[in-house]
Ligand binder design. Sequence first.
Ligand SMILES: [Zn+2]
Ligand SMILES: [Zn+2]
Length: 393
Amino acid sequence: MGDTIKNLRVTLWGVQGSCPYFPTPHEVAEFVRMAAVHTLTKAFEDLAQRMREGKVSYETWLGGPPTKQTIEEYQRKLGLPNLPVFGGDTTCIEVEDADGNIVILDGGTGIRNCALNLVNKKWADRKDRTLYIFGSHEHLDHRNGLPFATFCFVRPNSYTIKIYGNGSFLASLDDRFGLFSRETKKVVSRDAPVNYAIMAAKFEGYEIRDIEEDGTIPPHGPWGVHDLGSPVKVGRMTITPFEVYHGTTPCLGYVVERKGKKFVFCTDHELRHGNDPKHPSQVESERAEARLRMHLQDAHAAYMDGQYFMAEYMGIRAIGHASAAPRIDWGHSCVEDVVARAQQCRVKRTYIGHHDPDREWGEQVKTDEELARLSRDKPYHVELAKGSTVIDI
Ligand SMILES: [Zn+2]
Ligand SMILES: [Zn+2]
């Protein structure tokens, strides 16, 4: 990956599900232990080699007596293990194209670092600062980073932020911050002390909904309407919304395409495993699954919700130290289903995200190793999503 974007660059700023997550002291200790084992392994391999060559002395091994400097230099030579960080911030994914247009998918806590990078680096000297945010749904973990996004507050040459999403997503932002109505209602500032009057950015809302043929249905609030059936164009990118199944909460996925390459964003979708095939939720979930699979065909990259393993979803096994409970209609999918879906739809690179906050790091490491083993020599690669991953397609 070079610095020049050839077509689309996808950055995973936040992949954690439900609430932000940071490692426990136990997990940090485990991380340190694995780093120590790595270092000792490398050092003993080096020592064995040197013994074979008859070159065992401080002078030849460390390049001098064991001082802080010689040991630090030796450690650098041995390198560090590749210990992945999976969670952290909640959902936020940035897609930048070769023309410099930027689309942000969801405004979870990951948007804070995304915004810092944009304001201080990428768009520090840029004149046209029009940014597009596409929201999946109203839940807190998909919008709670917005009041901490520095692009909301930049002056002069402030940002224009066009926000697309379903009516309930736009309403949740307008209720809390007055972004579109520019009114201070009772609930404004309930989540954070800031609101539209403090923010410098100009916000425009576009409600994505199924417009009847006559197109006369008014929007649900102080914003425009965009038809669910037609893609949004941002430069030479097209962003196609589609409905997923997230229990009783309306939720959207998006396909971002440019020059024949596509990235599919599908957070908070449940492939429901109910006993009754005629249950309305089962029917709805299967319809959404069919739509998702249609969009996934031959995708170059995809981010998908895989919060549970099947045994956890069925309530047979607990997640980490939490108690076992059936997860039907909680609105999330199983890792096993994502793997099958990715292979059947021939998705080149799949990133499984929306990690459960009770999932332990050691288990994620093992799962990722297992996914790497399954993907070896296969044309369709599946891995757990890690914060800060950059994908060029
Ligand atoms: Zn979520
Ligand atoms: Zn949700």
